[in-house]
Design a protein around this ligand. Sequence first.
Ligand SMILES: Cc1ncc(COP(=O)(O)O)c(C=O)c1O
Length: 361
Amino acid sequence: MTASLSARHLPPTPFLAVDAAIVERNLTGMADSAAARGLSLRPHAKTHKVVELAQRQIGLGAVGLTVATLGEAEVFAVSGVKDIFIAYPLWADEGKGARLRALTENITLTVGIDTEEGARQLAATTAGAPVGVLVEVDSGHHRSGIAPADAGVLARAAADAGLDVRGVFTFPGHGYGPGNRGSAAEDEAQALAVAVESLAAAGLAAAVVSGGSTPTAAAADASVLTEVRPGVYLFNDAQQLEMGTCGWDDIALWAVATAVSRSGQHVILDSGSKTLGADRLAWATGGGRLPDHPDARITALSEHHATVEFPAGAALPGLGELVRVVPNHVCAAVNLADELVVMVDGAVADTWRVAARGRNS
Ligand SMILES: Cc1ncc(COP(=O)(O)O)c(C=O)c1O
């Protein structure tokens, strides 16, 4: 690939490039895998934030999209997506309540809840509009979400406040770690099963039982879940590679950087944290990975510098040479870019606007 990266016809570095064929393969693979197990697929669009990709996901059979924010929901609703789940316990003040009500005029809208106060607030500011809710339960990630056995009490309070309780969801984010995927998927199924029972005890049916995440999607228990919400899978990233969720050939997005300085076995690339994002989980081997130099490590990232150490004796990129860099966490990198450069057979074919970029509120 390095050989085919010539500066001609390319935008100035650093920029984010996407291999269209690999994206398509990843999209199709997840769609087929979910369908084969009878699971609905509701991809998390915060990963790509691109309208063309959302439309392709829906075209391949996704039942709708997951988003993290109201702003993201608005972007995708305008683009024609008809069913959106805001998988976040948002606080619906008057302003957000009005925007949620407006969304329900055009789409089927579902919002996460995990407190009675949040549910009552949502009911009050969206009164009269068909806002559905899923109760979020904690399956081991210990972020938002209540204890699964308490889901029924919250669901009952939400229903009594006038909300349409559609089911339960969880995010098994503790699956992010080498060797954690299988046990996190088991935790996910167990937590959701308890939550479904808890709703039943409160006299409420859970039509939607939604789990998620790219690392756990392949192990999602279809005897409990009705739906999965992976996001990263269409691009993959260095985290997925280092966890073993994907191989090098499954990575569809990378930054294209220029080698701007070198000394000994140490090279500086112009893709710093303002290009790659700064995420670095404790077990990550560095600040990203270089597909054409798999033994090199990004030992430090500052805003505009990636410091890369090459093993003794390894051939280094020359000054001015273009180098591909896979970000640790692709969602963070995409959120920093105005557009993605689409490559077909190693040549620039198109650009996709990161339309929902920065829509954090
Ligand atoms: C609530 C929720 N659902 C689904 C996902 C998608 O999981 P992944 O990023 O592993 O693809 C995320 C990611 O952060 C999430 O927070």
